[in-house]
Design a protein around this ligand. Sequence first.
Ligand code: NDP
Ligand code: MG
Ligand code: MG
Length: 328
Amino acid sequence: MKIYYEKDVNIDVLKDKTIAVIGYGSQGSAQAQNMAESGLNVVVGLRKGGNSWQTALDDGMKVLTMEEAAEVADVIHILIPDEIQAQVYEKSIKPGLKEGNTLSFSHGYNIHYQYIIPPENVNVTMIAPKGPGSTVRGQYLDGFGVPGLVAVHQDYTGNAHQVALAMGQGSGLTRAGVLETTFKEETETDLFGEQAVLCGGVTELIKAGFQTLVEAGYQPEVAYFETCHEVKLIVDLIYKKGFAGMWHDVSNTAEFGGLTRRERVITEESRKEMKEILKEIQNGKFAKEWALENQAGNPQLKRMRAIEDDLEIEKQGKKLRKLCGLEK
Ligand code: NDP
Ligand code: MG
Ligand code: MG
């Protein structure tokens, strides 16, 4: 495994170059500000009339339309939602893309599944922070960074890898370390992680635990603290000290109970299903389903959001986070 730090990067490959960050949301605002403060020449490309135009101006960024930004930039870093990147690329970015430019992403999705097929005479790269935008920004301001991934799909100029790393340097990622990967590996592992473990897996585990306690007659407030609030405390321990450090910090009773019961929660059947979920990512079934959902105007997503908002655990959470001063 290759891992790059500040000493491995020559940020001068971006000297006299203009980087257009397309989008100013979670990642766009964090990466654009970090790179600008690292001395890189950054412009932000946005649609007129959107919310982020004023936000970017208020942050002191130079804001252009996406078409103008793509036209003047040497590096075009696409940081708008994955599901709209292909249509925005065709309409607003492709016309400004010139020989030797770099088309850059923070997720391999559209290149890997070929929703975007760039011309052969440009670089196609990825620099992906392994953390949400607010953390990318927060860590940078604290003098550190989140770890990242780097990949090169097309190297037309011969220095595409250094260009991607220099952007990572600008965002603070090389302070923590940037791992070498491919568009395929990043895309497939990212989707699997968010579906099976990080977003899908964790919420369903919390929900199931909460509902089990409430259905058995325990107070929902107590159930919330036990099955949701405390998750962060345990995960923080794992994050800092690994499983061993977590097991060491909890009681022996928790350690014995956890180790003897956990495979009754995540069973052979769950593992089989995880493999199935991975298969659907690898063979493109998930991407197709998501594309159809978008074409139809997101009916499933809207329905699921309404059901999620209506969950008892969400209502309890809102109330309790307010009482604890975690939320206004
Ligand atoms: P966001 O949803 O935060 O992006 C919002 C931005 O996209 C806004 O500036 C918005 O502008 C613009 N936008 C939305 N719709 C359109 C449109 N139809 N046309 C033009 N601009 C539009 O995206 P993220 O930051 O979450 O994700 C960006 C990329 O980063 C993705 O590839 C994602 O996979 C990747 N990534 C995200 C991570 C995260 O933590 N969020 C982590 C790692 C990678 P307006 O105000 O005008 O609507
Ligand atoms: Mg993702
Ligand atoms: Mg306990």
